[in-house]
Design a protein around this ligand. Structure first.
Ligand SMILES: [Zn+2]
Length: 105
């Protein structure tokens, strides 16, 4: 079962980044180099701040031990990460409306 990195959109992580109890997997994303439970819990990076750092460093494949998949493209990978958000934001707006109309007592 593959999992997607919330930092860079790499979709072949071996473990879910966070267990259901909230602990990090300690897996290092071979694409962006984020280590779940370490880069965030110990080093204090958010997914967004790590992504910004990774972008600033040129979106390079991070792992030296694991080769990038054939045709790996950081930019299209990031696009796949961004895709779901506009749709879910639209859904949220719709679901908020009825409660906004309701009188607040
Ligand atoms: Zn990643």
């Amino acid at each position: 079962m593959a999992h997607t990195c919330p930092c860079c959109g790499f979709s072949a992580l071996q473990e879910p980044p966070r267990s259901t109890s909230g602990g990090g997997s300690y897996e290092i994303c071979p694409s962006c180099g984020f280590q779940f439970g370490v880069s965030d819990d110990d080093a204090g990076f958010t997914y967004a701040s790590w992504r910004a750092r990774w972008k600033a460093r040129g979106l390079r494949w991070s792992s030296k031990g694991i080769a990038p998949p054939p045709g790996w493209d950081a930019k299209s990978q990031l696009t796949s990460l961004r895709d779901p958000s506009p749709k879910s934001a639209a859904k949220k707006k719709r679901s908020i409306r009825p409660s906004q109309r309701a009188p607040q007592v």
